[in-house]
Design a protein around this ligand. Sequence first.
Ligand code: FPP
Length: 285
Amino acid sequence: MRKYDLMNALLKALEPGDPDRELALCLDTGRLPRHIAVIMDGNGRWARQRNLPRVAGHKAGVEPVRATVETCAQLGIAHLTLYAFSVENWKRPRSEVDTLWRLLRIYLRRERRNLMRNGVRLRTIGRIDALPAAARRELLDVVDATSGNTGLQVNLAINYGGRTEVADAVNALIEEARARGELGKVSVTEEDISNHLYTAGLPDPDLLIRTSGEMRISNFLLWQIAYAELYVTPTLWPDFTRGDLLRALVEYQRRDRRFGGLSAPARPLDEPDESLIAALGVRSQ
Ligand code: FPP
């Protein structure tokens, strides 16, 4: 499907007069991010504001996951990476952690058909071997069932840590060098590291969204977000809607991405000015 057909998929879902339709129409379909990463934060605060237990916030956080996946699929985004559980999240009370695994299983069962219908391929990044067996089994089952889909790829970051990922990549490179008998002269490039991350083969995120207003990266995709545009919204994750996602995309398209270079080709005025160089006493080359 071409980009505008995919955009039509979103527009078809939006009634005329729906404010989300106006936002969608502001988007330039040729300049959408290839990869969006999301730090889904604020579930606990959402629950506290309502005098509910923290797990109620996580439960309310499932619908925005569904809506975000669906909208990205309709927009023709290639990759979406969602931070669902960090290596540090095991420090939370056992009951909260168990609820998160239960919610993951509920999401997988409920959404399996929609993922297939929207052509979504589900993958995971992180050390999923540490998950409870039932959650891991159901997760791998959906990963397998969706592996032939060619639309949006959703990467669920589960038991994920950015530093752990880089350490795993470096250890894998050391092991490979040892196996080749070249440990004494091993030297690695940036490309070698990228190719050994959990995200090997994926483009780096263009846009990183964080909900709940915290100005932190929280050990998420540390290597990959070198040039990502950061978008922080005060909205708490359970309140994050399709409109919030579209607003993030509109803001993304306003940014001038320079990747350390200049935004426009050098104009004649930017060429070295010989008289200025002479006045500064610097020799021109
Ligand atoms: C951060 O909020 C959120 C998490 C650690 C878990 C994210 C889980 C979900 C969105 C639920 C379902 C997920 C899937 C993939 C089906 P927090 O608890 O740290 O919030 P706080 O900072 O306000 O306490």
